[in-house]
Ligand binder design. Structure first.
Ligand code: ADP
Ligand code: MG
Length: 492
């Protein structure tokens, strides 16, 4: 006969281990609080992260429906909801641990003050003084002291973190590191909640600020840019639940403004940001992964695919408690990898149509690309007028030396490091663009060479320059130059 005895967990040990549930950073932890605000139908969320002379304090306030004292007590309780109970479809929570584990991942003292129907209550867990499962209830005066003075609304909730000992790897954080963390956090929140911030989610338009500065939506698909290709969406079924897939091919770097480019590339660059973006109830949970369907870099950097999943599929996707990770259900693997394969072609087309300066058409470039028998080679074009001039017999140049130098340049082409750079940091690879003054100097020297090659025929000169790089892509200054020289025939 089995005998039953009480065997509850030790409060302090359990709460301390809850500090390591999930893999939260500040942004991830705050996002979990914002999820709760959204669930409470908030339209406004104000976050403040104050350095406070090395004693940082973090606050999140929302104008949602708030909690009564009884609700607040239940909310403060660890595992306040059974994960197997069905959730309403707009519920962003999971496990009933979010607020607690997110908070304790960053701090040891969690205070929550909430107003519902004009009645305000406050509760506090302090891990440093935790005595069994006894939770602190704030008196009216304590509530008044604790809550943000400026906030005055009929309902809403404020979460306050003190003793933030996990913001940095060291338990104390320096001001510079703190400020960088806050900037990073702002960017992440702008991305995580971009659909709410932009008003895409019907009836749930959210305005959010961090330290008084508005957080603007950051759409990782750049879907409003006219050069972004929005491909037809597809609905896949997992059981009877719908999963929506929407592929995008982003515009080529050259079509983006520098600020947009930097934003889209993010802190880690375009390559790291390619891949699937998984949304659960319109909230981004995973970004930039291929779920091992393809290797990073194999696909051009411009493909990003959104996947929308309902929260009823949490179990199948194995959503982690910090909502930072999930696993691709096996039933979706095949179709997704087919979609990705179809996109591979498109993305490389965007890349080569704009990125490749070198092409085989009638254009004359210094570098020529030969692709034959599966081999690709780059040659210096001996027929380019400036190169041809160097090689012209009978000039004072020593032709043998020139030939040797060209060969050395060709053979020394840094194929490997160039290849690596193009894969890892394509947006940073640029050849120097001549400045206006330098380019005019170049024209003074170069155009007469071309002119002599066409036997002094201005019409031919014009036709030739128009086909030849770098004149061709810099036609304005070339035309100005021809006009200045009075070589008007060459312009028409
Ligand atoms: N900002 C808030 N406004 C209103 N209710 C909240 C807020 N934050 C938390 N709650 C309540 O506390 C409960 C527990 O939250 P949490 O620990 O994040 O777990 P979960 O979100 O998984 O339910 C929520 O289900 C909700 O009822
Ligand atoms: Mg939650």
């Amino acid at each position: 006969m089995v005998r039953y005895i009480e065997n509850p967990p030790d409060a302090r040990s359990l709460m301390t281990s809850a500090r390591s549930f999930g893999n939260y950073d500040l942004a991830g932890a705050l996002a979990d609080l914002v999820d709760n605000s959204l669930k409470a139908r908030a339209h406004k969320v104000e976050v403040s992260c104050l350095f406070n002379n090395g004693v940082p304090e973090v606050r999140v306030w929302d104008d949602g429906h708030g909690m009564s004292e009884a609700e607040l007590r239940a909310a403060m309780r660890p595992a306040s909801q059974n994960p197997l109970e069905e959730r309403s479809p707009d519920d962003l929570g999971r496990f009933g641990w979010g607020m607690k584990s997110a908070s304790f991942s960053q701090c040891t003292r969690l205070t929550v003050i909430s107003t519902k129907e004009r009645i305000t209550s406050g509760a506090v867990w302090d891990l440093d003084t935790l005595d069994n499962w006894r939770m602190g209830i704030l008196s009216e005066t304590e509530v008044a002291q604790c809550r943000s003075q400026y906030i005055n609304s009929e309902s809403g909730t404020e979460v306050i973190w003190n003793n933030c000992d996990r913001l940095s790897e060291n338990s104390t954080i320096r001001e510079k590191e703190f400020n960088e963390l806050v900037t990073h956090t702002k960017n992440r929140l702008a991305l995580t909640f971009h659909r709410y911030l932009s008003g895409e989610v019907r009836g749930m338009k959210l305005s959010m600020s961090l330290n008084g500065q508005p957080i603007e939506a950051h759409d990782p698909f750049y879907s409003h840019h006219n050069a972004t290709q929005v491909l037809p969406p597809e609905i896949l079924l997992v059981g009877d639940q719908e999963v929506a897939i929407r592929p995008y091919v982003l515009p080529h770097f050259s079509k983006l403004k520098a600020t947009d480019h930097d934003r889209l590339a993010g802190e880690e660059g375009f390559l790291k940001n390619q891949g699937f973006y998984v949304y659960r109830n319109h909230r981004l949970i995973i970004r930039g992964t291929w779920f091992r369907l393809v290797r990073f870099g194999e696909l051009a950097q411009l493909v990003r695919i959104s996947i929308d999943i309902p929260n009823s599929l949490d179990d199948i996707w194995k959503i982690t408690v910090d909502k930072s990770d999930a696993q691709l259900p096996a039933v979706l693997r095949l179709r997704l990898s087919q979609i990705v394969k179809g996109l591979r072609k498109r993305s490389s087309r965007v890349n080569s149509s704009k990125g490749g300066r070198i092409s085989s058409s009638s254009k004359i470039s210094v570098w020529e690309r030969y692709a034959r028998d599966g081999e690709i080679k780059y040659h210096i074009n001996r027929k380019h007028p400036l190169i041809a001039a160097l090689l012209k017999p009978g000039t004072e140049n020593n032709n043998a030396n020139v030939r040797a130098a060209l060969l050395a340049i060709e053979q020394g082409f840094p194929v490997e490091s160039f290849g690596q750079d193009i894969t890892n940091r394509p947006e940073d690879v640029h050849q120097p663009e001549a400045q206006a003054e330098r380019f005019r100097e170049f024209l003074e020297a170069a155009v007469p060479i071309v002119l002599s090659q066409v036997g002094g025929d201005f019409k031919l000169l014009g036709a030739n320059l128009r086909r030849t790089e770098p004149f061709r892509s810099n036609w304005m200054p070339v035309e100005e130059y021809l006009e200045k020289k009075g070589w008007v025939d060459a312009r028409s």
